[in-house]
Design a protein around this ligand. Structure first.
Ligand code: OAD
Length: 249
């Protein structure tokens, strides 16, 4: 038995081109913090303007680098959950799947997804703040907790190394952004999983797909408002809801 409407399940399993669009909620059951959940979200405990802008890095590079190294350390200790694994399985099963994530973790890749469009960058691809030369991590960070840590220096220009994520006020990676919007226009079904839909321009992606006539299915413990017959809100944690898509097959 499933509590997924048959039409929604059919739209996913018979899609010609499925777009999967994920946010922090898809990694929540792996033990990764979301940003905006009331008590547990990162932005409930930390001020994004002190940690996630170029100005913040210029002002206090050790504070910012230490915070991201703390998050990288947490990510190295967690595993993909059933939601990540179902998404990877859909890629094997359907003719075409485009996976777009706002997450800076690598849990989709570790679950077996081969191509992931990272709209907000990756915590695992740092680069020089000044000359943008990529920097290679050596080993895991040894952090007791979130604490300031002086960033390493670029071997080419001696600039400070910064996290490979997109900060507030910065442009999204152009290639990933273009590919994401063109997939949204082309797809016949879009699954939007674990996102508050508050950060632009990523938040437009489900709407672009809906306008182009695709079935749009939201998966979130909170009810998501839907306005037409080919939109669905599947209420519940992604790790419970997504396996139902492939159940009884
Ligand atoms: P948010 O923290 O804003 O939203 C997380 C969403 O996941 C919420 O709607 C939760 O209800 C939902 N959620 C929580 N647990 C879940 C579960 N087990 N299964 C499914 N959903 C669950 O995170 P994002 O929407 O990803 O940007 O935030 C977008 C961007 O804002 C992030 O990429 C980050 C942040 O500032 C940058 O770092 C640039």
């Amino acid at each position: 038995m499933t509590d997924i409407p048959a039409a929604a399940r059919q739209a996913v399993l018979q899609a010609r081109h499925l777009v999967v669009f994920t946010g922090a909620g898809v990694s929540a059951e792996s033990g990764v913090h979301t940003f905006r959940d009331a008590l547990t979200g990162l932005w409930a405990r930390f001020d994004p303007m002190q940690l996630a802008t170029p100005e913040a890095f210029r002002r206090d590079p050790a504070l910012v680098w230490g915070w991201y190294e703390w998050r990288r350390q947490l990510l190295l200790g967690v595993e993909p959950n059933p939601a990540h694994r179902v998404i990877a399985a859909l890629e094997q099963r359907l003719p075409r799947v485009t996976l777009i994530t706002q997450n800076v973790d690598d849990l989709h890749e570790r679950a077996g997804s081969r191509k992931v469009l990272h709209l907000h960058g990756s915590i695992f691809t740092p680069r020089c703040f000044d000359c943008e030369r990529p920097y290679k991590f050596e080993g895991a960070p040894a952090m007791a907790a979130e604490q300031p840590l002086e960033p390493p220096r670029c071997s080419s220009c001696n600039g400070r190394v910064r996290p490979g994520v997109v900060w507030f006020g910065e442009a999204l990676p152009e290639g990933a952004l273009t590919a994401a919007f063109s997939a949204a226009e082309d797809c016949d079904c879009l699954l939007s999983i674990g996102t508050s839909g508050l950060v632009q321009p990523a938040a437009q992606i489900p709407e672009v797909a809906a306008q182009a006539g695709a079935t749009v299915i939201h998966v979130n413990p909170e009810a998501v408002a839907v306005h037409s017959a080919n939109q669905y809100s599947l209420q519940g944690p992604a790790g419970r809801i997504l396996p139902l898509l492939l159940a009884d097959d």
